[in-house]
Ligand binder design. Structure first.
Ligand SMILES: Cc1cc2nc3c(=O)[nH]c(=O)nc-3n(C[C@H](O)[C@H](O)[C@H](O)COP(=O)(O)O)c2cc1C
Length: 206
């Protein structure tokens, strides 16, 4: 039986497919227009899941790690503290590939990891962390949460510096990757379980 799958005329076995998944994830983080740049992540809020879009900031295949940023005051932080498990959803419509990942999160706040990422971030991105009061607070009127006198058109390192205390970096170690490829000649699906002992790889019925 043919134990490979052909994508864009390239033949992959399960190991090659896993490498291809990591390559797609790395590209997603690096290329802003890539379909994998803005996945959905789900956390548990008590007994109900919450799902939202985040920007995939960095992927470190050797460490099996995905990184996103968030506001330390946002509700998802409390959810992650209560339950470190996060589910991720990626879909590349052009490639017709969906990835579903399971990860274990670590929250970084006010430490070396965070400082490095903060220093690498653009001034405009840093303004997200200046909102007052905290994200998700109810307001009387629609507002971006920035002070009335805040000048968006002349950002400086000083004008955004206070955002640092709200800036959190979430590192996520991948424990499972599920790959689905939609093809006219028949869909294909595979699953990878990652643990200390290595990777278990399976084909699944789509
Ligand atoms: C394209 C896009 C990118 C986003 N990127 C992020 C992000 O990187 N980090 C983040 O915390 N929220 C991001 N958001 C906002 C979240 O989807 C969400 O609305 C917000 O974080 C509140 O989530 P929470 O209430 O569950 O904490 C993004 C939204 C969109 C539409």
């Amino acid at each position: 039986m043919q134990n490979k799958v052909i994508i864009n005329q390239i033949s992959y076995d399960l190991e090659g497919l896993l490498q291809n998944c990591w390559r797609r994830l790395v590209n997603g983080a690096v290329v802003a227009k890539n379909a994998f740049h803005s996945p959905s992540i789900a956390t548990m809020n008590g007994d109900f899941p919450e799902i939202r879009t985040v920007i995939l900031r960095k992927v470190l295949p050797e460490e099996k790690t995905l990184i996103f940023y968030t506001d330390y005051r946002s509700p998802k932080i409390e959810q992650i503290k209560a339950n470190h498990k996060i589910a991720w959803l990626f879909y590349d419509e052009k490639a017709r590939i969906q990835l579903r990942l399971k990860t274990i999160a670590t929250i970084h706040h006010n430490n070396e990891v965070v400082l490095t990422r903060w220093n690498e971030s653009r001034l405009e991105s840093k303004t997200c962390y200046l909102v007052q009061p905290a994200p998700s607070t109810k307001t009387e009127s629609p507002t971006d949460g920035l002070a009335a006198h805040f000048d968006r058109s002349h950002l400086t390192a000083e004008s955004v510096a206070l955002g640092y205390e709200n800036f959190a970096v979430i590192t996520n170690v991948v424990t499972e990757i599920e790959w689905l490829f939609l093809a006219r000649e028949g869909h294909r699906r595979a699953k990878f379980i990652l643990d200390q002992d290595g990777v278990k790889k399976y084909w699944l019925i789509p």
